[in-house]
Design a protein around this ligand. Structure first.
Ligand SMILES: [Zn+2]
Ligand SMILES: [Zn+2]
Length: 116
């Protein structure tokens, strides 16, 4: 976290301090206390120490949007495969597959942590 600037939590409107568990929505960028958005300590640890490196976390609003985006992409894919042309969505679906595989990796981490 950039300590030279203070960020206010979008949920409780108080400052997310360096010693707080703060998390930034990757899409819309405001900061949240992990406790304000129902992130458990274990989930927070996985998100911030994940081996891929960067935090991929989306607030509830963006999560809904990305789910809609996902179904939109899959809807498009279906439409295009019906037409026998998949090249337009290849780039988008490639990104989606990458995001999906990162979610799988995070879930694996969570599983490993809970087994300790
Ligand atoms: Zn808060
Ligand atoms: Zn967001």
């Amino acid at each position: 976290m950039n300590k030279s600037k203070s960020y206010e939590c979008e949920v409780c409107q108080s400052v997310v301090k360096a010693e707080d568990q703060g998390i930034e929505c990757e899409i819309c960028n405001p900061w949240y206390h992990s406790s304000c958005v129902d992130i458990t300590d274990i989930e927070y640890e996985v998100l911030t120490t994940h081996k891929i490196g960067s935090i991929h976390w989306y607030c509830a609003t963006c999560n809904v949007n990305s789910v809609q985006l996902l179904s939109l992409v899959f809807g498009l894919q279906k439409m295009e495969s019906d037409m026998g042309n998949t090249c337009i969505t290849n780039e988008i679906s490639g990104k989606m597959i990458k995001i999906e595989s990162e979610y799988v990796a995070v879930r694996e981490d969570l599983k490993n942590l809970s087994q300790k």
